[in-house]
Design a protein around this ligand. Structure first.
Ligand code: FES
Length: 273
């Protein structure tokens, strides 16, 4: 018997067809043919051991052990065969007894600790002192500046009536060996005639020696000694006249020539600075 059912072309995908062969007396059935279909097995994709995949394998819930008939079980081995290195050669002899309490060995251990801390403190203090000393020393004047901070002058090398110029702290230094006539003249000057009134006795520690900075108080030129209308110094830049005491007498300069700090160490030695 043969039957065929086809409802419509649109339903061809769900069409059901069936055949059925039934033997009758006139025609035998065809022998059955067996077809061996070889199954193709596709290997599963290889598991990638990444951080995520390994993490996903970790247990989410707390680990519990359960035993049941037919349940999974496992055997774990304790690695008691691992040999622990012997560090006793590195241990102090009084600490090798593992049954002794720590208080009995405290003095020896603390002594060593105090020794280390004390040594470190001494070393640190010495290093700090060196660093601070170097830092402060770096801010002080250099050796060449210190060498020029003071100048010593032998006075018997300067004849009377002469003015000698030295270089001191980068500036001209005038040392004048005044004559008796100059001393007499300068000591009798009327203070009311001076622009910057100052007694000659206040400017010269010893009357015969006058110590001045050779810098004009107008704009800083170097005056010329034994020149000018008053026999002292003359500044050619703008015409300032100073007397033999270094006091301004005429011209644009507003002040007397500056007198540096100086000391007469003995009869023939002068130290300026
Ligand atoms: S700088 Fe000396 S008078 Fe001007």
């Amino acid at each position: 018997m043969f039957s065929f059912v086809a409802r419509s072309a649109n339903l061809s995908s769900v069409t059901v067809a069936a055949t059925q062969s039934v033997a009758n007396g006139s025609k035998a059935l065809s022998p059955a043919v067996s077809i061996n279909i070889e199954r193709v097995l596709v290997p599963p994709p290889a598991q990638k051991l990444t951080t995520n995949s390994l993490t996903a394998g970790l247990p989410i819930n707390p680990i519990r052990a359960s035993v049941s008939i037919g349940g999974p079980s496992q055997v774990r081995f304790a690695h008691t065969d691992v040999s622990i290195p012997d560090f006793s050669a590195y241990r102090r002899s009084n600490l090798k007894d593992s049954s002794a309490d720590n208080k009995s060995s405290a003095p020896s251990r603390q002594g060593f600790s105090y020794l280390i801390v004390g040594s470190g403190a001494v070393g640190g203090a010495y290093a700090a002192k060196t660093v601070v000393g170097e830092f402060v020393g770096s801010m002080s004047a250099s050796a060449d500046v210190l060498a020029l901070a003071k100048i010593e002058v032998k006075l018997n090398d300067i004849p009377e009536g002469k003015n000698v110029t030295f270089k001191w702290r980068g500036k001209p230094l005038f040392i004048r060996h005044r004559t008796a006539e100059e001393i007499d003249t300068e000591s009798k000057v009327d203070m009311s005639t001076l622009r910057d009134p100052q007694l000659d006795s206040d400017r010269a520690q010893r009357p015969e020696w006058l110590v001045l900075l050779g810098v004009c108080t107008h704009l800083g030129c170097v005056p010329i000694a034994n020149s000018g209308e008053f026999g002292g110094y003359y500044c050619p830049c703008h015409g300032s006249h100073y007397d033999a005491s270094g006091r301004i007498r005429k011209g644009p300069a507003p002040l007397n020539l500056e007198i540096p700090i100086h000391t007469f160490v003995d009869e023939n030695t002068l130290v300026v600075g």
